[in-house]
Design a protein around this ligand. Structure first.
Ligand code: AVJ
Length: 344
């Protein structure tokens, strides 16, 4: 059984072959959080909006489109590494749980489940955890059509602060792929990893994907694609806020801006106002002014080095078991286990 009781909602869905459940832990507090986060972010001197609010149903779809872009090498490269290591990872993997943090679409897990083979697969449970309910449902349905013998339990939660809902009795392989960890700043990522480590049983493992530092042109192209999908994705956060907070953002008043900040080793994504205007939030109770040229910071996407990853792991009391990367060293998948000294 998954540990935490009291999900806000338990929903049952049908795939072709069987039923599966999702447990939704996004509560009223989460809804209040949006109002507070946006008010805080838009009244700060450097305006910002937390990037987790990108992912409504449309945002999740746009992100999938990004993953297919020629410039966006991350997904393709990570999947090629996964294909290389899947057999070794999965050949003895049975009677365990696969918990995917920020699961999104099911492309990557399919590679691992394929490699597991049917007899192992029928002993496994896949637990996708994502903030987007529609992503969890669609990914689970699709997966059950391909692997009808699989046990799936969907979790709708903010996994950055609701990790304890993901404890199970069986050994777990946690997956945190796609370099999603790059969204967290250094201290946030260390406390997040510490939190994961604290929730790990001695036999649990963690597989994390990291996008590595590489020439600026390659990095910047990945976040400034020629088809403008990343720009659409960036502006979609305004529609999410309009809907959640009854705001009146006009996305066409903003331009997409993304660049590599070398000092902080991260891609920064902003929305830059292209005229002066003001926006009302929370049924007109809050009004925010934007000046032409002013930017709102919507995302950080950190880029890592072997040294920065090793440092983070050791600060989070995790030890590195295995290190996998593509021939160019553009992306790494690192297997970590709880440091035996962690609970001293
Ligand atoms: C999902 C956080 C890994 O940072 O590359 C893609 C999100 N933003 N293009 C990333 C994203 C703009 C993506 N992550």
């Amino acid at each position: 059984m998954v540990n935490m009781s009291n999900p806000r909602a338990v929903n049952t869905f049908k795939s072709k072959s069987q039923l599966f459940e999702t447990l939704n832990y996004l509560d009223r507090k989460h809804e209040n959080d949006i109002a507070r986060d946006v008010r805080e972010g838009l009244t700060a001197s450097q305006k910002y909006i937390p990037c987790k609010y990108f992912y409504d149903a449309r945002g999740s779809k746009l992100f999938e489109d990004i993953c297919r872009l020629p410039e966006y090498y991350l997904t393709r490269t990570e999947m090629s590494i996964l294909r290389d290591i899947a057999r070794d990872l999965m050949k003895t993997f049975a009677h365990q749980d696969l918990v995917e943090l920020g699961s999104g679409a099911n492309w990557k897990i399919r590679i691992l489940l394929d490699a597991a083979g049917e007899s192992n697969r029928s002993t496994l449970r896949y637990i996708p955890a994502d903030i987007s309910e529609s992503a969890v449902i669609e990914a689970s349905q699709g997966l059950l059509e391909i692997f009808p013998e699989l046990d799936v339990l969907g979790i709708v939660a903010d996994f950055t602060c609701q990790l304890e809902v993901l404890r199970t009795e069986r050994p777990i392989m946690f997956l945190f792929l796609g370099s999603t960890i790059g969204n967290l700043c250094e201290h946030e990522s260390i406390s997040f990893l510490q939190n994961v480590s604290d929730n790990m049983k001695p036999d649990d493992r963690l597989l994390i994907g990291f996008d590595m530092v590489k020439p600026r042109e390659i990095l910047e192209a990945a976040y400034n694609d020629s088809q403008g999908v990343t720009s659409e994705f960036n502006k979609n956060i305004l529609s999410v806020i309009n809907r959640a907070l009854g705001a009146d953002f006009n996305p066409s008043h903003f331009d997409h801006w993304a660049f590599f900040n070398e000092e902080h080793s991260r891609i920064e994504m902003h929305l830059r106002a292209n005229c002066d205007f003001s926006v009302k939030l929370e049924s007109n109770r809050v009004e925010i002014e934007f000046k032409k040229g002013e930017t709102t910071h919507t995302e950080n996407s950190r880029k890592f080095t072997r040294a920065s990853i090793e440092k983070m792991a050791s600060q989070a009391r995790l030890s590195i078991e295995n290190w996998y990367c593509d021939p160019d060293g553009w992306f790494s998948i690192v297997e970590m286990i709880p440091d035996p000294r962690r609970s001293s």
